[in-house]
Each structure stands twice: as structure tokens, then as C-alpha cells.
Ligand binder design. Structure first.
Ligand code: N01
Length: 486
């Protein structure tokens, strides 16, 4: 193992939006002794990893921005991956200039040293950084779900996952298969349909697809937003309130009739063939799976070179897919748009807290936490976008900033009280999990569908169940009652 460096105050893991927001919070507090480690060679998180054609955000750009780094010059209402990623690179420049990042630094383990009250963080090369505080901003959706389909390794053509796009694959003139019809698939399918000779879309469950009202933001409006920041702020607030209203309908699905109507009308307007329409009509409440906004998915499915296949896949074979009705679909390229494994968020990181307690073991059945931010037994360790703080309806950046602000307040309290340790109370974790489980039944997300929000037993492992404002308010109160300072 490499020699130890001096102990630093704070180590942030992950250079996505969460890591950058945390770094900015530390700057605000005047904490200068920190580093951000990142497994890849650039900032960007989700927006660095998901580079498939058509990748875009389904939260409007002026809301999908960190509050301290507004961008009046977003070119579209719904930002595309390249624009978000370049915005993030621009955003991270001051920290790059200050040499705050350590790239290609893939964390392998975190071990709490109770005598020294420091976290010993090692990477896959055996290098170690010691830090008094660790903030894990690793995101919840970064482990691709490679489906457990018989014969997956035998496919002889090119293949990739949407979250690990292989840009060397040429699609023109090829027979391409896409497994999955979630939000990633509905974005990549229209792009592949433009170039593939044949595109086979393998759908297990249809998704609700309302139209995506994407428009370019005119240059004059961008200039106006730059010139009059209150106008941009008002626009942002209006977008935020609109999405909070959507969350009210998802919390009480009976009031979601208008979103359902919108999506049904969209399906009827765009798909004339009744058999095809029937195949694309979901039979679960809207919002149960993430709503997939798209105005070009249904038209793409009806192109002459595109085939929607709803027969289950029996096996992957060297030359293509075998379906359960024994049909063979010959393919040159296979795309897995099969989502992520949120339960495997700690798949590559071992975390040992007080008394060598293993967080991996603790979370093996279900990831539990106090407010999605901390776990009893793991002092001075905080999570950004920890369990049950993802969203199915609003900007996750609002949750990130709620959490980084909360962690910042705890660090300030530690400093004020001259404490070396802060740890979540067990009662706080119990309270949070009970509140999440109590609020969940009766919501759209508990509507009986299968989604990455749920574990194999149907328990909500991912979502915050409520308004984002309620979450921010909860964290305000949590500061006093949910932590022990030592
Ligand atoms: O993944 P998903 P995703 N055989 O889990 C199918 C964010 N995101 O990458 O529904 C056959 O939604 C699976 O079928 P079923 C966003 O938070 C955001 O699309 O389980 N099919 C499903 O159709 C989102 O919610 C944006 O029956 C199999 C698909 O694969 C999250 O990422 C864009 C299968 C997986 O859908 C995940 O979205 C992209 C199997 N064995 C992503 N296994 C935007 O901002 C899985 N499937 C727009």
C-alpha cells in the first residue's frame, strides 16, 4: 500500500452534480481542506456516462440547474446530454483550477478508524486518503442492469448498454435489437430508427408516454434571461411548482386523470393501428414507472424498418434472439436499454463503520438510512442522493441541494460545538423508514408495476414519497433531533 498522506477534512466521492454541489457548500462554509475523488477521468456522473444517441433530461433545463450556477443560455427547454455535460464541465472549472479533483480514483473501501476518528478510504490501486468526513455522492443509478437472459454471453454481434454506449458501433444498414422500453429506450429508439436497416424493439411492459413539449429557447429569450435574472428565476419557480403539482397527482393517483388523459390522447393521435395501440397501452397507473416524455417514440415505432415485439425473450443466441414462441430474430447489434441496479449501489465499495460493522451487509436486504443522508454506526459519513431520496416527478438537483445544505449545517454545528463526530441516531433511521413505508401505499408508485423504485419484495428502496418542499423542511428539523454530536 502507498504511504499515507496527511488527514484531510472532507473527502467527496463522485464528481457529478452531487459532488460539485457539496464542494460549493464547503467553499461557502470556508472549509478548504477537501478533495473530490472520481472513478472516471472527467466530471459529469450520469451525464458523462449516458451518451447514447437521443439522451436528454426530462426535467426542463432552467429547473435542472444548480441554484448557485444558473445558465441563462440553455438552448432548449429539455436539455440534451451534451449540453448538460458541457455545462457541468464549465461549472467545475474553478475546482479544476484549484486542483480539487482526483480523477481515475475508484474507491474500493471505506474503513472507519475509531481511535483516530478518521475514515480510511482506499482505491482499487491500494492508494489511501484519510479524511475526517466523507460525503458519498456516488448516485443511485450507476450500475447497469445486464439482464439475466439465457445465453447472453453467446451473442456474436456487437452489443452495449445504454449507460455504457459504445460509439465505435456502426448502426447504418444493420439489424439492431433493443431490449427494454423505459425512459432510456424511448429516447434511443427514434435515433436508431433513423439509421438501422431493421430495428426490433423488445417490449416486456409498455410505458406511459405523454408528449414532450421540447422547444428551442430563442436567442432573444436567452439574452433576456441573462439581462434580467429575476425573470429567469420566476420561470424556474413556475416550472418547479408545476412539477410539485404533478407529484401531488402521483401521491393521490385518482387525481392523475389529466396526465392519464394526456398520455392516452397522445397514443390515440400518434398510433392509428388498433393492435399496435393495444400493445402500447399500459395497464398500470400512470407514474407507477417513470413517465416517459416523448413526441417521436410512437412515430418511430411505426416506421417501416421498425418492429415492436411483445413476445417474451427465451434466450440470446449467437445470431440473434430466440423468443418464447420459438421465432428467431436475426440481429447484428444488440442494445440493452435495461436500466440500472440501485440495490447494487455499493457493489464495488466496501464500507466498514464503528466496530467494523459492514454497510454492505446492512443494506443487503434493504438500504435503510436516516433521511437518506446518514446511517447509525457510520459516523461522519454522509450520502448525497442516498436511499429513498430519488424522485419520480421533479428535479433531483433540488434534493441534492437540500442534502448538501443539510450536511453543511451539520458540519457547521460540529465546528461550533467543537465536536469530532456526528452520527445519525437509530431512532431517526427508524422514523424515516416508517414514514416512507407509511406514505407509500396508495401512491402511483405502489400501483402494482415493476420498477427500479422497488426491490424484489416490492418495497420502495429508491423514492422519496412526498413533495420536495416537505423533504427540505424535514431536513431542517432533522438537524436538531436526528444526530448525536460527540
Ligand atoms: O431503465 P428502466 P431506463 N427482459 O428500468 C426492461 C433515469 N433516466 O434506463 O418494465 C426484457 O426504466 C424493462 O422491462 P419491465 C430515470 O430515472 C432518465 O430506461 O421491467 N426486458 C424496462 O422496459 C429512469 O427512470 C432519463 O418489464 C427487460 C427496461 O428494460 C431511470 O434512469 C433518461 C429485462 C428498463 O427500464 C432508468 O431508466 C434515461 C429483461 N430481462 C434514464 N430487464 C431522462 O431524464 C429489464 N427489461 C429522460
Amino acid at each position: 500500500m502507498a504511504g499515507l498522506n496527511p488527514v484531510i477534512d472532507v473527502l467527496i466521492i463522485g464528481a457529478g452534480f452531487g459532488g460539485i454541489a457539496m464542494a460549493r457548500e464547503l467553499d461557502r462554509l470556508g472549509i478548504v481542506d477537501y478533495l473530490i475523488v472520481e472513478k472516471a477521468d472527467r466530471v459529469g456522473g450520469t451525464w458523462r456516462d449516458n451518451t447514447y444517441p437521443g439522451a436528454a433530461c426530462d426535467v426542463p433545463s432552467h429547473l435542472y440547474s444548480l441554484s448557485f450556477a444558473p445558465n441563462p443560455h440553455w438552448s432548449r427547454l429539455f436539455p440534451r446530454q451534451a449540453e448538460i455535460h458541457s455545462h457541468m464541465q464549465h461549472l467545475s472549472a474553478p475546482w479544476l483550477a484549484r486542483n480539487k479533483f482526483r480523477f481515475d480514483w475508484s474507491v474500493a473501501s471505506l474503513r472507519w478508524q475509531s481511535a483516530e476518528r478518521v475514515w480510511q478510504v482506499s482505491n482499487t490501486r491500494g492508494e489511501i486518503i484519510e479524511a475526517r468526513i466523507v460525503v458519498a455522492a456516488m448516485g443511485g443509478l450507476h450500475v447497469p442492469n445486464w439482464p439475466d437472459i439465457l445465453g447472453r454471453e453467446t451473442f456474436s454481434g456487437r452489443h452495449c448498454h445504454t449507460a455504457r454506449w459504445d460509439h465505435s458501433i456502426a448502426f447504418a444498414g444493420k439489424r439492431v435489437g433493443v431490449i427494454g422500453t423505459g425512459t432510456s429506450a424511448i429516447q434511443v429508439v427514434p435515433e436508431l430508427a433513423k439509421v438501422a436497416a431493421q430495428l426490433h424493439v423488445f417490449q416486456r411492459t409498455p410505458v406511459w408516454v405523454p408528449p414532450r413539449p421540447d422547444v428551442a429557447i430563442a436567442a432573444w429569450l436567452q439574452r433576456l434571461f441573462a439581462w434580467a435574472p429575476p425573470l429567469r428565476l420566476a420561470f424556474r419557480a413556475a416550472l418547479y411548482l408545476q412539477l410539485e403539482m404533478l407529484s401531488l397527482t402521483l401521491l393521490k393517483p385518482r387525481s392523475a386523470f389529466w396526465v392519464r388523459w394526456l398520455a392516452r390522447r397522445h397514443l390515440h393521435q400518434q398510433v392509428a393501428d388498433t393492435t399496435c395501440r393495444k400493445a402500447l397501452q399500459p395497464d398500470y397507473p400512470i407514474g407507477c414507472k417513470r413517465i416517459a416524455l416523448s413526441s417521436d417514440y410512437y412515430p418511430a415505432l411505426q416506421q417501416a424498418n421498425v418492429h415492436l415485439d411483445t413476445t417474451a425473450i427465451a434466450a440470446i443466441e449467437p445470431e440473434g434472439l430466440r423468443l418464447v414462441d420459438d421465432r428467431h430474430v436475426a440481429l447484428d447489434v444488440l442494445i440493452y436499454a435495461t436500466g440500472f441496479r440501485p440495490m447494487d449501489v455499493l457493489a464495488t465499495v466496501q464500507i466498514e463503520g464503528e466496530g467494523s460493522a459492514s454497510l454492505n451487509r446492512l443494506w443487503a436486504d434493504r438500504p435503510c438510512s436516516a433521511n437518506g443522508v446518514a446511517v447509525p454506526g457510520f459516523p461522519n459519513l454522509f450520502f448525497v442522493l442516498g436511499p429513498n431520496t430519488a424522485l419520480g416527478h421533479n428535479s433531483v438537483l433540488y434534493m441534492i441541494e437540500s442534502q448538501t445544505g443539510h450536511i453543511g449545517t451539520l458540519l457547521r454545528d460540529m465546528r461550533r460545538r467543537r465536536c469530532a463526530e456526528v452520527e445519525a441516531e437509530s431512532a431517526a433511521m427508524t422514523r424515516f423508514m416508517i414514514d416512507i413505508d407509511r406514505a407509500f401505499p396508495g401512491t402511483a408508485w405502489a400501483g402494482g408495476c415493476k420498477s427500479w423504485y422497488l426491490d424484489a419484495k416490492g418495497r420502495n428502496i429508491a423514492l422519496w414519497v412526498g413533495l420536495t418542499l416537505t423533504y427540505r423542511w424535514r431536513l431542517r428539523r432533522a438537524r436538531r433531533r436526528d444526530y448525536a454530536f460527540r
